[in-house]
Write a protein that binds this ligand. Sequence first.
Ligand SMILES: Cc1ncc(COP(=O)(O)O)c(C=O)c1O
Length: 403
Amino acid sequence: MKKTQLSLSTRAIHGDKLYAYKGPVSLPIYQTTNYRFDTSEDAVRYAKGDPSVYVYTRYHNPTVHDVETKLALMEGAESAALFSSGMAAITTGILAITKSGDEIISTPALYGGTYRFFRDELPKQNIKVHFLDPENLSKISNVATPKTTLVYFETPTNPTLALVDIAEIVRQTRVAEKRIGKKITVMIDNTFASILNQDPFSYGVDVVTESATKYIGGHSDVMAGVVLGKSEYLTKVRGLAKHYGGCADPFAAYLLFRSLKTFELRVERQNKNACILAKALEKNKNVNRVLYPGLPSHPQHKLAKKQMAGFGGMVTIEVKPSKKIAPVEAAAKVCDNLKIAVNAMSLGGVETLVSIPVYSSHVFMTDDELKRHGVTSGMIRISVGVEGIEDIISDFEQALAMI
Ligand SMILES: Cc1ncc(COP(=O)(O)O)c(C=O)c1O
């Protein structure tokens, strides 16, 4: 049986250690910065590209390598590179595709860190980003110029949980490629959905990136990121990672290895809990809107059913405005009165987390930018955990009753 025919969970647990493999059941941590050479000739062999010679952990590390192999196998990629954070993965992955003078097409609803990198940093390197609203994807082929090298997007988007049609993005990009006569890379940040719920490679996406700090890590205790794609591209990414230095730490890699064993169990439970919570909150009189792709009321529910295998663990609610209290104050009051759900940034952990986008991920955005991102001040983003969902529902009900 081919390894890629095994179920996601089997690949996440065993990686490529199957059949005749003899060795430790768990993953040894190579907590070392450098490696002894057999003879001095090893240095030359390494310089000539012999992958069996280990030199220095910023370049490669056996523990990190094992997790990269497992992630590539799980996500159906030829190769993967692990980084010290999602942002290190995203920025290095993008800079391996673009150079001064190039153009990127993206959508405005991005993770705040990525949006600010596009808005504030890339222009300094003479790389221009065109933001297209997701409803206008058909314009990709008009907006693309011979300088366009990358189309970059996220779906579901943070924090509004709007969807971008992956098949349409790929289709429109291929039309644009034909028009300009050159390759444009399509890259997605698949953090919010994770591979269990959404398989971008099956739609012809070229590069997938993820903050492994979230669902892959899943325990709010490890920072990491991953870039996945074709081997030729990953060789470039690794080359650049040596310069930018965002390499993954061996202990972080070990924690991910451990987390991957329960990846499917956790995410399945998060999907289920999120769906139950979203339905319950939709009935709450102090909630104006519940945004969750799995709800029939979600404007893109049909697309969600087409492109997602599960609807994910992220739910966003908007508290009902009242004359007594401003929306952001009402959102803060709910978050401050939760007894089980944790008022903390980040997402994807086993514990339910809440955050107010205008106070956290979107705090530095202008009113105009917030409007373009569809973010309102009464929104609370919920990363649903794996707790008993009845406890979480009661917790939200008592906190919402305070406003
Ligand atoms: C969708 C998304 N992408 C990327 C990142 C960045 O990941 P990290 O914090 O691991 O650098 C985040 C962080 O919240 C995120 O939500």
